[in-house]
Ligand binder design. Structure first.
Ligand SMILES: Nc1ncnc2c1ncn2[C@@H]1O[C@H](COP(=O)(O)OP(=O)(O)OP(=O)(O)O)[C@@H](O)[C@H]1O
Length: 364
């Protein structure tokens, strides 16, 4: 699958743009603040239907304009797809494929997808545990949309249990009313942990392979799940979780907060046995995230039968020359890269790339 035409109206600093792309390496280059990242975001938006960095979706609309419009033409194994998205300031965005309005994810063509990487994504290994939980949950959800129901269910029961803990703090006689909530939370929570473990196994073995390739087999990457709940036997997760909920009741009532469960779990990364949060260099941390993104792309390919578009924002300047070559040397699917200077792109990669100079929201 690849994007061969993109039209934009009033998207970020682009007034109007009509671009043709090739199935290969496409490079947006130019000075700072010209619109290179905005263009990657537009491609991400037309494929994944959400912004990469906007806090609110409406932020992508050009200043003082009522709406932004995107139109992408994709070539897939099953034929061409014409997708249009209109983002409004004060109402829900509108998505169309051909002439048909689409209101749910499940109605959209599943072969269209993208994976995005920017230097800030280093937070995935350095930042808060919630970022890692969201990463793995989103990945499961993308492959198995029904997983969303478990996630929502777990979150709902957790909120209700926390509200009840607050009440019990004032009325201790009500402690027994926690029983049905603990039962539900441990049931949904154990399913959540099991799904995460299965996904983590797949993503970590792929990431390890990429890590080996990108380090010439010099270093080894390990990824593991961390939880206070014993997850060594999938059949016993529920019982152990329930047990821990009961053991921690007093503490939870005092804090009005559920202290154990998948909402507190984390994922650890190790290079050659050392936790990368504390020991790895910035370059190694960045490479780890890059490997996770490549693994994610590979996984989506296995599931969908089409390679997601790869979007790499300002990555080349951060990597040494060997890694730049390794990362793009074997590439034969569609990739979009931004760079301030073409000197960051190895010669043999430049030769096979398609170049787009970007200047002040136009093709310069
Ligand atoms: N909604 C918007 N409407 C108009 N302009 C916007 C909007 N959002 C961002 N911009 C402008 O877009 C420009 C930044 O573009 P972008 O982030 O794509 O730069 P870049 O070319 O990737 O630069 P760098 O090399 O520094 O990363 C800024 O000048 C910013 O003011």
């Amino acid at each position: 699958m690849y994007l061969y035409n993109l039209r934009l109206y009033d998207f970020r600093n682009f007034l109007e743009l009509d671009l043709e792309f090739k199935n290969g390496i496409n490079i947006f280059y130019g000075d700072n603040a010209q619109g290179k990242t905005n263009l990657l975001e537009a491609i991400y938006f037309i494929t994944e239907l959400r912004a990469t960095r906007a806090f609110r979706e409406q932020e992508v609309i050009r200043y003082d304009q009522p709406l932004a419009f995107l139109k992408g033409l994709f070539s897939t194994k099953a034929g061409d797809i014409d997708r249009q998205v209109t983002i409004y300031r004060n109402q829900k965005k509108e998505v169309k494929e051909g002439e048909n309005k689409k209101s749910r994810w499940s109605e959209l063509d599943p072969s269209i997808s993208a994976v995005y990487f920017s230097p800030e994504d280093i937070d995935l290994v350095k930042g808060e545990p919630s970022l890692r939980r969201r990463f793995i949950d989103n990945l499961i959800y993308r492959i198995r949309p029904s997983f969303y129901k478990y996630l929502q269910g777990y979150q709902r029961v957790l909120t209700q249990r926390n509200t009840l803990l607050k009440t019990i703090k004032i009325k201790p006689g009500m402690t027994k009313t926690l029983d049905p909530w603990d039962e539900q939370l441990s049931e949904l929570g154990s399913q959540l942990i099991n799904e995460r473990l299965k996904m983590l196994q797949r993503i970590s073995s792929l990431s390890q392979d990429y890590f080996k390739t990108f380090t010439h087999k010099r270093n080894d990457l390990r990824i593991s799940y961390r939880s206070e709940i014993d997850f060594s036997n999938p059949e016993l997760i529920k019982a152990d979780y329930k047990n821990k909920l009961i053991l921690n009741r007093e503490k939870d009532i005092n804090r009005s907060f559920t202290s154990v469960g998948p909402h507190r779990d984390d994922i650890d990364f190790f290079i050659d046995g050392k936790n990368i949060k504390h020991y790895a260099s910035q370059g190694q941390q960045r490479l780890t995230v890059l490997c996770l993104m490549f693994a994610q792309r590979n996984l989506l390919y296995t599931e969908k039968g089409e390679y997601p578009i790869l979007l790499l924002d300002d990555v080349m300047s951060e990597l040494d020359i060997h890694r730049r070559q390794l990362i793009l040397g074997q590439e034969n699917h569609q990739v979009f890269i931004t760079t301030t200077d073409l000197k960051f792109i190895p010669e043999e990669i430049l030769e096979k790339s398609f170049l787009y100079p970007i200047k002040a929201g136009t093709l310069g």
